[in-house]
Design a protein around this ligand. Structure first.
Ligand code: RTP
Ligand code: MG
Length: 141
């Protein structure tokens, strides 16, 4: 098993619903440790830069508008196979398709307001972690 780090964001809808603690509990129960965390209201520039891979997609503007609609909770999760494990905890992008018991099945309202973000591969995890955290802000756990 590979010890990995992944970038997780609890999106504005889930922060507004006051379920940050419930989502953290799922990370903890799955053996993922929080190695860094901050709450932030993203600027438009920050949100556009973070989701730059999607800038040509039809949903890009809606995605950016949603991500700046309120504060988000950003964390680095660390653990065995953290990247895939977090994606499994999150469930499918569209909550209608998300498996029972996943974060998106339980807390997301739509494909736009879908509660959480998680890095999808080792390369993107490294880039996304560095986007929000200095190396000195991430703690080995
Ligand atoms: P995320 O990056 O936020 O963790 O989500 P994801 O990997 O499951 O999905 P991704 O394909 O990376 O898309 C990023 C976000 O864009 C919105 N989206 N809308 N209307 C659409 O067809 C559509 N497709 C994607 C979602 O909010 C998704 O989380
Ligand atoms: Mg994605």
């Amino acid at each position: 098993m590979a010890l990995e780090r992944t970038l997780s964001i609890i999106k504005p809808d889930a922060v507004a619903k006051n379920v940050v603690g419930e989502i953290y509990a799922r990370f903890e129960k799955a053996g993922l440790k929080v190695a860094a965390a901050k709450m932030k209201h993203l600027s438009r520039k920050e949100a556009e830069g973070f989701y730059a891979v999607h800038r040509e997609r039809p949903f890009f503007n809606a995605l950016v508008e949603f991500m700046i609609s309120g504060p988000v909770m950003i964390q680095v999760l660390q653990g065995d196979n953290a990247i895939l494990k977090n994606r499994e905890l999150m469930g499918a992008t569209n909550p209608k398709d998300a498996a029972k018991g996943t974060i998106r099945a339980d807390f997301a309202d739509s494909i736009d307001a879908n509660a959480v973000h998680g890095s999808d591969a080792a390369e993107t995890a490294a880039v996304e972690i560095a986007y929000f955290f200095a190396a000195t802000e991430v703690f080995p756990r």
